[in-house]
Design a protein around this ligand. Structure first.
Ligand SMILES: Nc1ncnc2c1ncn2[C@@H]1O[C@H](COP(=O)(O)OP(=O)(O)O)[C@@H](O)[C@H]1O
Ligand SMILES: [Mg+2]
Length: 260
């Protein structure tokens, strides 16, 4: 049995929203707290692809941020057995520096590691070694090395998402959170990126928390799935079991809406 890579127990996240005038007049500070994640508990095995499904605004990204340490205020416990988890976003524009060429962007995590490991001379990669790693990774994610000379804006959406995935993997991570990574792409490109993520999962053994509002996509990607609504986990289990025999009306509705 594989070990857990992630264990979340009784996670609660609140956002303190700006108070509106009425609640300020009433002096009621409670009203400004939004309870975004409610007693969320689940775990993930090393090497697993776990789906997280729920409608927009239900708290998926908030959960991802808490796991990655980007949302520091929460109640509960998060244990992540990975020193450098990485995230791939729906819109890779937000994570790719528009002023830099793809080659520079992909080499940056390797340069950064070299800067952090200053003392350890033997672990430092030469420029040629870094470039070789980048070239190999470009091949792995199905991109031509010629793209190194291009800027993010010159790439298609699918190519940009491949670059974002390559950049995450060049950090040497074995845990990826993919937050709606194909939601902004055409269906055929979606299928290509899903095939790529599955290939990387098989070849490198990386664990993937795959966030989506699309049950079809999750069916293609994941071993297990969590169904979330309004910040709560409604049900979780094997994809075939939940899709074949949903235990809540909400899941049934989602399945019907997806024609599944
Ligand atoms: N930084 C924030 N501050 C205040 N409210 C937020 C913040 N981020 C998200 N929210 C609110 O929390 C809820 C959940 O958002 P989010 O986690 O982004 O959902 P999802 O990713 O499922 O669409 C939404 O109501 C959203 O408006
Ligand atoms: Mg989101």
């Amino acid at each position: 049995m594989e070990k857990d890579i992630l264990n979340v127990s009784d996670l609660n996240v609140y956002y303190r929203n700006k108070q509106n005038l009425m609640s300020r007049i009433r002096g009621n500070s409670e009203r400004s707290l939004q309870h975004v994640l409610k007693n969320v508990s689940f775990s993930m095995k090393k090497g697993e692809v776990l789906g997280l499904v729920g409608e927009s605004g239900c708290g998926k990204t908030s959960l991802a941020k808490a796991i990655l340490g980007m949302q520091k205020q929460y109640d509960g416990e998060i244990m992540l057995d990975c020193p450098n988890p990485q995230m791939v976003f729906q819109d890779p524009y937000s994570s790719l520096n528009p002023a830099k060429k793809i080659g520079w962007i992909l080499e940056e995590p390797l340069r950064m590691r070299a800067r952090m490991d200053k003392g350890k001379e033997k672990d430092r990669l030469s420029r040629a070694e870094r470039q070789e790693k980048v070239d190999r990774m470009l091949g792995r994610v199905g991109l031509d090395v010629k793209l190194k000379e291009h800027y993010p804006a010159e790439l298609s959406g699918g190519q940009r998402q491949r670059v974002a995935i390559a950049a995450a993997l060049l950090c040497g991570t074995d845990f990826l959170i993919a937050d709606e990574p194909v939601s902004a792409l055409d269906v055929t490109i979606q299928a290509q990126i899903i095939r790529l993520l599955l290939k990387l999962h098989k070849e490198l053994g990386i664990s993937i928390l795959f966030i989506s509002h699309d049950l079809r996509v999750v069916y293609q990607m994941c071993d297990r799935v969590i169904i979330m609504k309004n910040g709560e986990i409604l049900e979780q289990g094997k994809v075939e079991e939940i899709y074949g025999n949903p235990s809540t009306d909400y899941t049934r509705l989602l399945l019907e809406a997806a024609n599944l």
